[in-house]
Design a protein around this ligand. Structure first.
Ligand SMILES: Cc1cc2nc3c(=O)[nH]c(=O)nc-3n(C[C@H](O)[C@H](O)[C@H](O)COP(=O)(O)O)c2cc1C
Length: 303
């Protein structure tokens, strides 16, 4: 795939595919909509989203609030019929899929997501790393992951979109090797490292004790370390997409030279505003020029 910029919008901002083109027009090279589940669901009771201003962080326990896959499908089909403007035509829209909280068969929910969203997705992301759907992260465990990825591989069509797997930053030693092996065997096209953390590094904000996933600046060291471990576990054989605490061109560059082909961000928009994607893309272009590199691909893993 050719991305007009390596800076993407992470999942969870545009859960129902309401504004992908608006976000592309802010300078994101790709936008990941969702997480969408087969059936609509309310998510957790409010309050469920907290701004940790002193920490440049966010805690959320949204719980996959979304209007369901049929709704997102219809919106993305209308968008395709309308035809994106020239400026946006090169932008990529991925669809992040998940399982309903009350699902009796979570593997079946992912298979349904692949089937439903394939016609409108430039890529699909299998999200098994949200901390806010009880038990969801268990799908990262050995046997369950192999079963899930096997079922997804079967559900994919020959001409269907690439499938990415989004993992948690909270993994035990040994998990990384196992996930990489399962991903390669299961024909996963890239790993997104990482989702929010359930850990709590030292925080200043009064909301530090809220339950949910932590994102933004305090996630940065954890997400960078997880990326490095996945890079060494995969030896460069599996493309990596970095997310977690990316707020500047320096942050993005650090992930790229550590092995990420692309980066995604969300929480930093809260603290740095809507111009951030364009600003980071410009900063990356400057770094390439300084080093005489022709494209981001040359910089990936060069650190
Ligand atoms: C409010 C909020 C909602 C999110 N919802 C989702 C989601 O639905 N699916 C998903 O895969 N990740 C979701 N995420 C995680 C982000 O996509 C991203 O992986 C994480 O926040 C780390 O990046 P950041 O530090 O730049 O925010 C959410 C994050 C936030 C802050």
């Amino acid at each position: 795939m050719h991305f007009p910029s390596p800076v993407g919008l992470a999942a969870g901002f545009d859960k129902d595919a309401q504004v992908p083109d608006a976000m592309l027009s802010l300078g994101f090279g790709f936008v990941e909509v969702g997480t969408v589940t087969p059936r609509p669901q309310q998510g957790n009771p409010k309050p469920r989203l907290f701004r940790l201003t002193e920490d440049e962080a966010v805690i959320n326990r949204m719980g996959f609030n979304n209007r369901g896959q049929a709704n997102a499908l219809a919106r993305l089909q209308r968008r395709e019929r309308r035809g994106p403007s020239t400026a946006l035509r090169t932008g990529i829209v991925g669809v992040n899929i998940g399982a309903n909280k009350d699902s009796a068969d979570r593997v079946a929910d992912y298979v349904a997501g692949v089937a439903a969203m394939t016609p409108v997705a430039d890529y699909l992301t299998v999200n098994i790393s949200s901390p806010n759907t009880p038990g969801l992260r268990n799908l990262q465990a050995g046997g369950e992951l192999v079963e899930l990825l096997g079922a997804i591989a079967e559900a994919r069509t020959a001409l269907g979109p690439p499938v990415f797997l989004k993992v948690a930053p909270d993994l035990e030693p040994g998990d990384h090797d196992r996930i990489v092996r399962a991903a390669i065997d299961g024909r996963i096209d890239a790993l997104i490292v990482a989702n929010t953390t359930v850990s709590r590094p030292p925080l200043k904000s009064r909301h530090a004790g809220e339950a949910g996933g932590l994102s933004g600046a305090p996630l940065k060291p954890l997400a960078l370390e997880a990326l490095r471990v996945f890079r060494s576990a995969s030896g460069g054989s599996l493309p990596l997409i970095a997310a977690g605490g990316i707020a500047s061109a320096d942050d993005a560059w650090e992930r790229i030279v550590a092995g990420a082909s692309l980066v995604q961000l969300y929480s930093a928009l809260v603290y740095h505003g809507p111009g951030l994607a364009r600003c980071i893309a410009g900063g990356l272009a400057e770094r390439l020029a300084e080093r005489g590199m022709a494209s981001i691909a040359e910089a990936v893993g060069s650190g």
